[in-house]
Design a protein around this ligand. Structure first.
Ligand code: NAD
Ligand code: UGA
Length: 463
């Protein structure tokens, strides 16, 4: 039996460890966190995150070989392998503010491991970190002076929220970076064995530490770049009567381009894309590569443009004013199948509309609590309504901001009849059939497609 600890019971720790525990029944897994409420929630029937399929796996393993605890020191002392999945947000102060990763939680964890260790250990970076962080980690840990040895490995996580369980059960690849020393190779081997319980060996890639750390930032940068690329073209489509879905299909049929991650949208959100690209930008500047830094920075700027463009288009289409108008936002989560609202474009659109004094009502099947927390500085200016029919009643407009399947199944005839007229529908996810909505009576504004409207201002004005 191996004692395995995970420090950080957030999205990553909380969804990866139960799966590892389910495949390694003879090993003992403990997940610890400084947040007592979060640990209590993991121990209850109401898990702190919504992730399809997670409840079942936690129920299967909890109390058997998976445990949640706040006794960090004790569990560090007992562990042979420690995964660290604490948060690494963007720094908000001092040097690198707004771009560099804030490594304070990370460093505190390293020191805590050092203070509480009486045996040598393998420490695994699961959080997303700037390239060469493992060097600092090794320096802290191996400064112990009592003969203990720590092998630091990088094992970045590639799961996406909403599909975390599927991604973990059947990953495209698992990446493990380590030192090319005897002890480093042994440590890598141990982690490979753990994953090999259910993942074919050819999908487990081993590299040096720096390639592994950097690959995580680069993977997110490439994924986000595709979204910014298609979103930039959606703006051009709206000017030219080209249709972004047709363009995405036409280019995606080229195997070299591929069809995934070409869904135009109101913008990408989530806790990681923006933070990781800004971190990459910071690193490029730090290493004296300003041209490379500006190239990647544009991915984030394009995303901000898309969010702002969507909100501005709403205001412009509604006769240049939304003041006092009820606007229903369908969706607050940054994507479907998650309760996560971090960096959600829905909240950005909400803030822009509130600046224009709109009367905003938000509905979402799973993310209202998080949205209310994120918007607490605007409490009283935005309302929450769990029923989309009630949210859209008497509204001048609906904006689809999260691609929840249930929003495609609503009775839009019924919704239309209860709305103020003319009724507007802005589809920030191209989730609905614009023609059907137009036939019902809506003025419809998809992303990257000509609007379908009975209002006089023509959408398409050739030069
Ligand atoms: P999170 O904020 O949901 O969870 C982090 C947890 O760490 C929190 O519960 C926090 O209380 C805890 N923590 C912080 N300092 C601690 C300490 N000293 N001791 C014990 N616990 C501590 O973050 P997350 O979304 O799970 O992300 C964690 C890391 O994984 C980040 O680096 C992120 O970039 C990366 N990542 C996230 C995802 C994702 O889908 N969310 C996917 C891949 C990688
Ligand atoms: C992303 C990556 O996909 C994961 O591989 C990575 O592990 C994770 O970040 C991380 O490091 O945190 P996630 O942010 O959970 O996962 O979700 P994605 O499916 O990547 O979606 C991100 C955003 O892009 C969402 O707002 C989504 O709606 C948007 N998106 C995605 C589009 O607008 N169009 C697309 O075609 C795809």
């Amino acid at each position: 039996m191996t004692n395995i600890l995970c420090i950080g019971a957030g999205y990553v720790g909380g969804s990866t460890m139960p799966i590892l525990a389910s495949h390694c029944p003879e090993d003992r897994f403990v997940i610890v966190d400084i947040n007592e409420a979060r640990i209590a929630a993991w121990q209850s029937d109401q898990l702190p995150i919504y992730e399809p399929g997670l409840d079942e796996i936690v129920l299967q393993t909890r109390g058997k070989n998976l445990f949640f605890s706040t006794e960090i020191d004790r569990h560090i002392a007992e562990a042979e392998i420690i995964f660290v999945s604490v948060n690494t947000p963007t720094k908000t102060f001092g040097r690198g503010a707004g771009r560099a990763a804030d490594l304070q939680y990370w460093e505190k964890t390293a020191r805590q491991i050092l203070q509480n260790s009486t045996t040598s250990k393998i420490v695994v970076e699961k959080s997303t970190l700037p390239v060469r962080t493992a060097e600092a980690m090794e320096r802290i840990l191996n400064s112990n002076g009592n003969g203990l040895h720590f092998d630091v490995l990088s094992n970045p996580e590639f799961l996406a929220e909403g599909t975390a369980i599927r991604d973990m059960q059947n990953p495209d690849r698992v990446l493990i970076g380590g030192r090319e020393t005897e002890s480093g190779r042994k440590a890598v081997g141990k982690l490979v064995e753990l994953y090999a319980r259910w993942i074919p060996r050819e999908r487990i890639i081993t590299t040096n530490l720096w390639s592994s750390e950097l690959s995580k930032l680069v993977a997110n940068a490439f994924l986000a770049q595709r979204i910014s690329s298609i979103n930039s073209i959606s703006a051009l489509c709206e000017k030219t009567e080209a249709d972004i879905s047709e363009v995405a299909n036409a280019i995606g049929r080229d195997d070299r381009i591929g069809h995934r991650f070409l869904q135009a949208s109101v913008g990408f959100g989530g806790s990681c894309f923006k933070k990781d690209i800004l971190n990459l930008v910071y690193l490029c500047d730090h290493y004296g590569l300003p041209e490379v830094a500006r190239y990647w920075e544009q991915v984030v700027l394009m995303n901000e443009y898309q969010e702002a463009r969507f909100a501005a288009n709403m205001v412009a289409s509604m006769f240049n004013t939304v003041a006092g108008k009820r606007i229903a936002l369908f969706g607050a989560a940054f994507k479907a199948n998650t309760s996560d609202t971090r960096e959600s474009p829905a909240l950005e659109v909400c803030r822009s509309l509130l600046e224009e004094h709109a009367n905003v009502v938000i509905t979402d099947p799973h993310a209202m609590e998080n949205a209310a927390e994120d918007l607490k500085e605007l409490a009283g200016r935005v309302t929450f309504e769990s029923d989309p029919y009630a949210a859209s009643k008497n509204a001048h407009a609906i904006a689809i901001l999260t691609e929840w399947k249930q929003y495609a199944q609503l009775d839009y005839e019924r919704i239309y009849h209860a709305m103020a007229k003319p009724a507007f529908l802005f589809d920030g996810r191209n989730l609905l059939d614009p023609k059907k909505l137009y036939e019902i009576g809506f003025n419809v504004y998809p992303i990257g497609k000509p609007p379908l409207t009975r209002l006089s201002s023509p959408a398409f004005t050739p030069a």
